[in-house]
Write a protein that binds this ligand. Sequence first.
Ligand code: ZN
Length: 319
Amino acid sequence: MQQPSPQYHRHRHLTRAEIRRRRTRRAVRRVGVITALLMVLALGVGFVSGRMGLPAASADSPPAGSLASSSAVTTPGASSAANGGSSAPAASEPAASSTPSAESILLGGMTPEEAAEMLADPLMVLVNHHTQMPEDYTFDTKECGSATAINKTLQTEAADAFLAMQAAAAADGVTVWMQSGYRSVSYQTTLYNNKTQQYLDQGYDEATARELAAGIVNPPGYSEHNCGLAADLNSPEFTALEEGFENTAAFAWLTEHAEEYGFILRYPKGEEAEAVTEITYEPWHWRYVGPENAARINASGLYFEQYIETLQKLAAQGA
Ligand SMILES: [Zn+2]
């Protein structure tokens, strides 16, 4: 097993086989969720129609518009049912113009305009190993790391929020340290090139060496730490950046209070979360998005990648 580094942690990416298995299980669960969601919508439409003295739409009277055609989380099953199946009662309900879309419901009744505004918030930037940080993404940083931290800074707003959070935890008798924050792209380049070189030295060709290195160290611009909003937290109880951190008072406190200070747990536990983030559970890695965004994201129950995808689909409905 890998040795944890006190300076920075190495994300363990899922293997392709692991990702496939998780996706399959997720797809099965998703069909259930979509069906439930569409049925709730159908009931709502039926209720409204009933109140207006109109006959409730039924599965046997295909509507003009189909709900699933604008669904955020369209599944092959749902769209084929909507496109012609009369066997799926929920999917063939009419989508009145005043009926909120599935995305809007998932996001707590948000409008397309609000979704576009939230997407434009620099604190909502998505950085993962598929999505590079935009090159024009700039920010100021401020120190907030513990004495042993190597990368001691975060974006100024995030650093201030962390310091306020740390003080609040301390008032509750809990010590939280910021162990690894902002990593510059050039620092990330050094990490990545060193790792690539190790594989080259072992006799791998360039392409293979880079791919193997990317499985351990994110390429420059693809680590959330590059955007200054990711903070690896630990505590005197447990200084390693490892899963055991979840058993600390610091983690329990963060789970309850981090949202108030604008931080969310970025790589949650469980197969479903790991299928979405493609990163194994990291109880120490917290992401600053701001208090309002954190509350909205947590309330949705969506993981960050899903939340961004749903925002994008909702914003497109207003275009
Ligand atoms: Zn991290």
